[in-house]
Design a protein around this ligand. Structure first.
Ligand SMILES: [Zn+2]
Length: 94
């Protein structure tokens, strides 16, 4: 297992990134957790889970392509709305 910091894809804050590999060859589990915005990403044995702005998204390695397009679209909308919200919150605090 190894740990490093990656920038949160939502709020750009350094967040914890954990990777578990099998025989140091391929990733079997991967996690990203961002404290300030509660972003969560996990990959476990082919299954993905992401939390963006309190909304859960699930998909898997064998998700049908048309469903994947739909999920990506929903995620992109959620990310855009949530970023807008974060921005206005920051403005309000100043
Ligand atoms: Zn974040």
């Amino acid at each position: 297992m190894y740990c490093d910091d990656v920038l949160c894809p939502i709020c750009d804050h350094p967040s914890q990134h954990k990777i578990y590999t099998m025989d140091n060859l391929f990733t079997v589990e991967e996690y990203i957790d961002c404290e300030p915005c509660n972003y969560h990403y996990s990959f476990t044995y082919g299954y993905y889970h992401e939390i963006i702005g309190g909304e859960d998204f699930y998909w898997s390695y064998d998700q049908p392509k048309d469903e994947m397009v739909e999920i990506r679209k929903k995620k992109a909308d959620m990310i855009r709305n949530f970023r807008e919200k974060l921005k206005s919150n920051t403005k309000g605090a100043q």
